[in-house]
Design a protein around this ligand. Structure first.
Ligand code: ADP
Ligand code: ZN
Ligand code: ZN
Length: 869
C-alpha cells in the first residue's frame, strides 16, 4: 500500500495527517497534489506533502479524490510552506492557502459517470447509497462531486463511489472547469452642448445659494473637459453620483457612454494610448531595448551576472541600495533577461501595482507577451487564469505585490523585491508574514538569484548587508550601491543631484504671526510653480494624526518619565473607560498615556521645557489642506489622493493618470505618494508637517518617518525641469528631519542603529508581538495579564534569561472594530522558540505543524513585527 502525508485544510491544532491511497489513485498522486480526504465527519481538501512507505499511525483512512491531475504546489513551494509555518508560528494549512489561488477550492472537482455495460452491482452494506448513486448518474449522464453532494445530504456517498470505481461500475476524472470570462465596461461622460448653453442651464440644476449643487459642479467640470472623461473622475471632482449624471444626460446636456475595457489589466497597459505628451520629458517612456548601462550600473551588473553563472552554488541575496532614479529598475530588467536566457522564470515584487505603473509598464514593454500580473483587484477568474498559465510555465515574468511570490512557477531563477523596505510587504493579518524575508528563503530553496532594491532599505536589511555581520549565515545580504541619480536627455545618460530640501521652522512662523497651514516659503514656492504651469505635490503624513502632542513654541513632544516613549493624547481619564461627556468637562478628560508601560498623566498646561502654554495635539486632514490651497490660489486645480477618494475600484489609476496628464496642478495626498511614482512635471514637493509620525510610541517610528520623507522628496525634480522640496517642521534639529533633508541615509542609519543597539531592538534582538482582542476591556486586560504570567513562568523554567517580556499594555490603537486590544512583546535572540509547540518535536516536518502554544487560544502572534502600535 502507498501512504501519503497530507496537510489538511481544517482549523485544527495539528494539520498534518497520514492517509493511504486507494489502488485506482496509485501512480496518479504525488507531492503537491490537491485531494479530498475524510476528516472527522467531514470531507475536506488537503495537499499531499510526500508519499510514504510507512505511516506514522497504525490505522489510516483512504484519500477520496484527486481534484486536479496536475500538482497544485511545486516541491519548492511545499518546502517554503513548511518553512513559513515554522518561522511565523502559523498553521501549515494557512501557509499553503497563500499558494492556492482563491478560486481553486471552488473550481476543482471530480466528474463521475457510469460505465456503459459495466459489471452489474451486487447487494452490499451501502446498497441504498449504491443504487441511488448509480441511478442518479444514469439519469443525469455525469455529475461533479459537488453536484452529487446536493443529492446526498449527510450521507457519505464518496466511500461508495470509491468502491464502485474499483469494481469498474463508475469512472471518474478530475476537472478544473474553465473560468467564465465576462467583459468589463466603464462609463464615460462628455459635454453635449457648447459651454455657454451648459452655463445657461446651470440655474435649473439646483439651489442657487452659495455652493454649487452636485449636478452643477459636475456640469461645470465637464465644461472644462472637452474629451470623454471617466465618470469616476467626475465623481471625484464634483462629489456627484451616477444618478446626477443620468439626470444631466436626460436633459441632453451631457452624453454618457459605456465602453468595453480590458479584463486583463495587461491588455490595458499594453494597448492604452500613451498619456498625452503635455511637455512630457524624455525618460518617462519605456525603452523597448535594454539601455547601455552606466559605469555604476555596469559594476553592479557584473556582480549579479556572476551570481547567475555560479548556479547551482547558492548565491546570497543582494541588497541593491540606490537613490530614486539611480537605475535600479534597469538592473532588474537586465537580470530578468538573463534569467529568461537560462530558461527560467522571474518574480518581480512591487509594493502595489496601482502605485507603480511605470515599473510595470517598462517590464511589459521589454517582455511583451511573457508577463503575468498579480493584482489585488483582479477577479477570482483572472487570478486563477494567471495562476494556471504560471504553473504551465507559459509566463516568464510574474509582477505583483507580496502574493505574486506564491505563483507556482516551475523554475524560479530570479526574485526581485523592489522598494524592499516597504511595509506593504508585511501581511498584517493572519497568517502574518514578511514577503521580502520569505523571498530570501524562497530564493535559497530554488537556487534563484535574489535582489532586494531600495533607496531606503530597512535598518535590519541594511545591517544584514553590513560588514559588521560578516558571517555566511542565510540572513546576510551582499551590498550593491548606486549612489547617483540618472538624468536622461536624448540617448545620453548623465547624473543630476537630488532635489534641494529647505527646512522651514514652523515655530518661527508662529512667532511671526502665521498660524496657517503653510509657511510663507511654501506659499511662495507654490505660487511660482503654478505661474510656470508646472505641478506640485503636498504630502501629509497620515500616521499619528491627532494624537501627537507637542509644544508649538519649542517643538518638544511630551514623553513618559519612566520609559521615554512619546505620550499620546486621549479624551478619557483612562484609555479604555467610556467617555462620559455629561458630568466632566472636556479639559478634565485630556489625558496623556504611555502605551509602552501604562503611565498616565493629565495633559500639561505648560510645556515642561520652555514653559509656554502653546501645548496642543495636532490634527490636520487632507481636506483642510485642499481648502487652504483653494483659498490661496483660486484658479489652481487641486486633486486629493487619500483614503476618501480611493475607495472605489481603479481610483488609484484614474487619479494618477489624470494628474500625469496635467488635469490638476496640485496633488494632495498621504502615504501613497511615497511609492515609486515617476511624475516628470512635478517640480515642488511640500511636506506639510514632517514631524507627524515621528513621535509615535513605536521603536520603528523614526525609520518609517525617514523612509516616507526621503521617498516623497524623491518625487521632485525627476526631469530636466529640476525641482525642490519644502519641508515644514516643529523639530528642525531632529536627526530624522536633518538626515531626510540631506538625503543622507548613512547619517540616519548610523544614528538609528545606535539607538536600536542601546534599547535592544532589531537588528540586535528579534521581537514577537502577541495581541489579544476582546469586546470587553477588562477581559482583554485579564487575558493579557494571564498570558504574561504564563510566559514569565516558561521563560524561567526554560532558563531563557536573554528573553525579556515587555508589557502587557494596551495597544496604541487601543480599540479596533469595537474590540479592545492588549499586547505583549517578547524580545531576545530567538523569542519565537519559546512559543513553538513542543508536542511535535522531532522532524522538520512535525515541528512545522506545531504552530504556537498560544495560537489556538485566540492570540494573534507576530514574529518580527514591523510596528508595535
Ligand atoms: P530607479 O529604479 O532606481 O528609480 P530607473 O531604473 O527607473 O531608476 O532609472 C531612472 C531613469 O533613468 C529612467 O527613466 C530610466 O529609463 C533611465 N535609465 C536607467 N538606466 C539608464 C541607462 N543606462 N542609460 C540611460 N537611461 C537610463
Ligand atoms: Zn516648549
Ligand atoms: Zn512609559
Amino acid at each position: 500500500m502507498v501512504f501519503a502525508r497530507i496537510a489538511v485544510n481544517a482549523p485544527s491544532l495539528a494539520s498534518i495527517f497520514d492517509y493511504h491511497l486507494p489502488p485506482e489513485l496509485e501512480g496518479h498522486i504525488g507531492a503537491g497534489h490537491l485531494v479530498t480526504v475524510p476528516f472527522g465527519k467531514q470531507t475536506v481538501q488537503g495537499v499531499v506533502l510526500e508519499l510514504l512507505e510507512t505511516p506514522s499511525v497504525a490505522e489510516t483512512k483512504a484519500v477520496l479524490d484527486l481534484l486536479d491531475p496536475l500538482p497544485a504546489l511545486t516541491a519548492a513551494q511545499i518546502a517554503l510552506a513548511l518553512w513559513l509555518a515554522r518561522e511565523t508560528l502559523s498553521p501549515l494549512a494557512a501557509c499553503i492557502g497563500l499558494m492556492l489561488p482563491p478560486g481553486l477550492s471552488q473550481q476543482a472537482d471530480v466528474l463521475y459517470q457510469t460505465v456503459d455495460n459495466g459489471p452489474l452491482t451486487k447487494d452490499g452494506q451501502s446498497f441504498m447509497v449504491h443504487r441511488r448513486l448509480v441511478d442518479l448518474l444514469r439519469e443525469k449522464g455525469s455529475l461533479r462531486g459537488r453536484q452529487i453532494d446536493r443529492h446526498f445530504k449527510n450521507v457519505d456517498w464518496r466511500k461508495t463511489a470509491q468502491y464502485l470505481l474499483r469494481t469498474g461500475v463508475l469512472t471518474s476524472q478530475s476537472i478544473l472547469p474553465p473560468t467564465s470570462v465576462r467583459p468589463k465596461y466603464i462609463r464615460t461622460a462628455q459635454l453635449a452642448v457648447p459651454p455657454e448653453l451648459a452655463e445657461a442651464a446651470m440655474p435649473d440644476l439646483g439651489k442657487t445659494t452659495g455652493t454649487l449643487s452636485r449636478r452643477q459642479a459636475a456640469l461645470r467640470f465637464l465644461t472644462r473637459e472637452p474629451a470623454d472623461v471617466n465618470v469616476s473622475w467626475v465623481y471625484a471632482e464634483s462629489g456627484c453620483n451616477l444618478a446626477d449624471l443620468q439626470e444631466l444626460a436626460e436633459r441632453e446636456l451631457i452624453i454618457l457612454r459605456e465602453t468595453e475595457i480590458w479584463r486583463d489589466p495587461l491588455a490595458k497597459v499594453e494597448t492604452a494610448p500613451k498619456v498625452p505628451a503635455t511637455g512630457t520629458p524624455s525618460g518617462m517612456e519605456a525603452h523597448p531595448f535594454p539601455l547601455k548601462l552606466t559605469p555604476c550600473q555596469q559594476a553592479v551588473w557584473e556582480k549579479i551576472l556572476q551570481a547567475f553563472q555560479s548556479f547551482p552554488l547558492l548565491p546570497s541575496p543582494f541588497l541593491l541600495h540606490g537613490v530614486t532614479g539611480s537605475g535600479k529598475t534597469e538592473i532588474y530588467i537586465h537580470a530578468t533577461q538573463e534569467c529568461i536566457r537560462h530558461g527560467k522564470e522571474a518574480i518581480i515584487l512591487v509594493p502595489e501595482i496601482a502605485l507603480t505603473p511605470q515599473t510595470v509598464h517598462r517590464f511589459l514593454a521589454r517582455f511583451p507577451g511573457q508577463v503575468g500580473l498579480v493584482h489585488s483587484r483582479l477577479s477570482e477568474g483572472e487570478r486563477y487564469d494567471t495562476w494556471r498559465r504560471a504553473r504551465l510555465g507559459q509566463l516568464k515574468v510574474i509582477i505583483g505585490p507580496r502574493s505574486a511570490l506564491f505563483a507556482p512557477l516551475p523554475k524560479v531563477g530570479l526574485i526581485v523585491a523592489d522598494e524592499c523596505h516597504d511595509t506593504s510587504y508585511y501581511q498584517s493579518e493572519p497568517p502574518f508574514y514578511n514577503a521580502v524575508r520569505t523571498a530570501q528563503e524562497y530564493a535559497r530553496i530554488c537556487g534563484a538569484v535574489c535582489i532586494l532594491g531600495s533607496a531606503t532599505p530597512s535598518i535590519v536589511q541594511r545591517y544584514q548587508a553590513s560588514a559588521l555581520q560578516g558571517d555566511d549565515s542565510m540572513e546576510s545580504l551582499r551590498l550593491l550601491e548606486l549612489p547617483k541619480r540618472i538624468q536622461t536627455s536624448g540617448t545620453t545618460a548623465n547624473f543630476t543631484g537630488l532635489p534641494p530640501v529647505s527646512i522651514i521652522d514652523m515655530r518661527e512662523e508662529l512667532k511671526s504671526g502665521n498660524r496657517g497651514v503653510f509657511s510663507q516659503a511654501l506659499v511662495d514656492a507654490l505660487d511660482e510653480v503654478l505661474k510656470k504651469g508646472q505641478q506640485a505635490i503636498l504630502f501629509l503624513n497620515r500616521r499619528g494624526t491627532a494624537s501627537y502632542v507637542f509644544c508649538r513654541e519649542c517643538g518638544t513632544a511630551v514623553r513618559c518619565p519612566r520609559c521615554d516613549t512619546p505620550l499620546t493624547y486621549h479624551v478619557a481619564p483612562t484609555f479604555n473607560a467610556p467617555v462620559r461627556p455629561d458630568n466632566v468637562t472636556q479639559k478634565h478628560q485630556d489625558t496623556l498615556l504611555c502605551h509602552r508601560c501604562g503611565y498616565t498623566r493629565q495633559m500639561p498646561k505648560e510645556c515642561p521645557v520652555c514653559g509656554s502654554n502653546q501645548i496642543r495635539q495636532y490634527g490636520l486632514g487632507s481636506e483642510k489642506v485642499e481648502a487652504e490651497v483653494e483659498a490661496l490660489f483660486p484658479s489652481a486645480r487641486t486633486l486629493r489622493w487619500d483614503w476618501d477618494t480611493t475607495r472605489r475600484k481603479d481610483s488609484h489609476e484614474i487619479i494618477l493618470s489624470h494628474f500625469t496628464a496635467h488635469r490638476a496642478d496640485v496633488l494632495i495626498g498621504t502615504q501613497m505618494l511615497a511609492k515609486g511614482l515617476d511624475l516628470p512635471l512635478v517640480t515642488l514637493v511640500g511636506i506639510v508637517l514632517a514631524d507627524m509620525g515621528l513621535n509615535l510610541p513605536d521603536p520603528f517610528a523614526a525609520e518609517r518617518t525617514f523612509d516616507v520623507l526621503t521617498q516623497v522628496s524623491g518625487r521632485a525634480g525627476r526631469s530636466s525641469l529640476g525641482g525642490r522640496v519644502v519641508l515644514q517642521t516643529f523639530q528642525p534639529e531632529h536627526y530624522v528631519i536633518q538626515a531626510a533633508a540631506g538625503h543622507d541615509y548613512a547619517a540616519f542609519y548610523a544614528r538609528e542603529l545606535d539607538y536600536r543597539r542601546k534599547l535592544g531592538y532589531p537588528p540586535f534582538n528579534r521581537l514577537v508581538r502577541m495581541e489579544y482582542r476582546h469586546v470587553q476591556a477588562r477581559q482583554a486586560e485579564s487575558e493579557a495579564q494571564g498570558m504574561a504570567a504564563k510566559l514569565a513562568k516558561w521563560i524561567e523554567s526554560e532558563d531563557r534569561r536573554e528573553t525579556t517580556l515587555i508589557g502587557p499594555a494596551p495597544c496604541f490603537f487601543s480599540r479596533l472594530n469595537g474590540l479592545y486590544r492588549w499586547q505583549l512583546i517578547l524580545r531576545g535572540s530567538n523569542p519565537a522558540s519559546l512559543l513553538q509547540g513542543k508536542a511535535f518535536e522531532g522532524t522538520a516536518l512535525s515541528t512545522a505543524s506545531g504552530m504556537s502554544r498560544t495560537a489556538s487560544k485566540g492570540w494573534r502572534v507576530e514574529v518580527d513585527p514591523l510596528s508595535l502600535l
